[in-house]
Write a protein that binds this ligand. Structure first.
Ligand SMILES: Nc1ncnc2c1ncn2[C@@H]1O[C@H](COP(=O)(O)OP(=O)(O)O)[C@@H](O)[C@H]1O
Ligand SMILES: [Mg+2]
Length: 209
């Protein structure tokens, strides 16, 4: 399989330092409380409060902090990963990209536009945090002009390089376990995932009706 990174050799360059937005200030106790209430209003119980509190903390360190990783949320289907992340994402302005939409974009837009899409560059040309929702449900391989791609493996690779270069982080939700991740994205990627993500297990019974 050909890698998207070979198709897109250039990662975006950051604009001049002076143009960069300020690092987001730390989340205040009042903001934290407000988000907890939003979650409670949506019917979330306290079981996963630790996970979502961690996620709230991520809202305060979106850009280029040393030694802060992205967050990889794992857990069975129907327990509110997508809902919970979306509530926070709306609050903090993180784009939530269902992986199926990422694959559609890959098939439908130019390489340059796809690169911008997965870099989620802001007004200043600075790549941003994104949420990749439901990693593992996308088809593999995907054929584009007769070439086979593992689209999300390549997207994770690009996000890894953004992480190394700019400290830009990614949030992932998935039902996949370790073995399935290795099988789908390979050993090398598994190593990189450990480097670029903290892992958190969301628990509970399916709430899907
Ligand atoms: N903890 C929860 N409290 C209330 N509703 C929930 C909870 N978890 C999930 N739901 C509901 O169940 C459905 C599935 O949730 P979703 O976020 O898609 O789960 P996941 O992403 O973990 O598969 C949604 O309709 C959501 O509104
Ligand atoms: Mg989901």
């Amino acid at each position: 399989m050909k890698a998207i990174s070979s198709l897109i050799p250039q990662l975006p360059e950051l604009r001049k330092q002076t143009n960069q937005p300020a690092v987001r200030p730390a989340v205040t106790d009042a903001q934290r409380q407000e988000i907890r209430e939003l979650l409670a209003d949506a019917g979330f119980d306290a079981v996963n409060q630790g996970v979502y509190d961690t996620l709230i903390t991520y809202g305060s360190r979106e850009v280029a902090h040393a030694n802060t990783k992205g967050l990889f949320l794992t857990g069975p289907a129907g327990i509110g990963k997508t809902l919970g992340v979306s509530i926070l994402a709306a609050k903090f302005g993180w784009p939530v990209l269902p992986v199926a939409d990422v694959v559609s974009a890959f098939l439908e837009v130019s390489e340059a536009d796809f690169q911008n899409f997965i870099s989620a560059m802001d007004f200043w040309g600075v790549p941003r945090m994104i949420v990749l929702d439901d990693l593992g449900v996308e088809p593999v391989p995907v054929n584009r002009f007769g070439t086979a791609f593992n689209v999300l493996a390549d997207v994770l690779d690009v996000r890894y390089r953004l992480f190394l270069r700019y400290g830009v982080r990614t949030i992932v939700t998935t039902n996949l376990g370790d073995a399935e991740l290795v099988k789908r994205y390979g050993f090398r990627m598994d190593d990189r995932l450990n480097q670029m993500f903290d892992f958190a297990a969301v628990t509970g019974e399916s709430r899907r009706k």
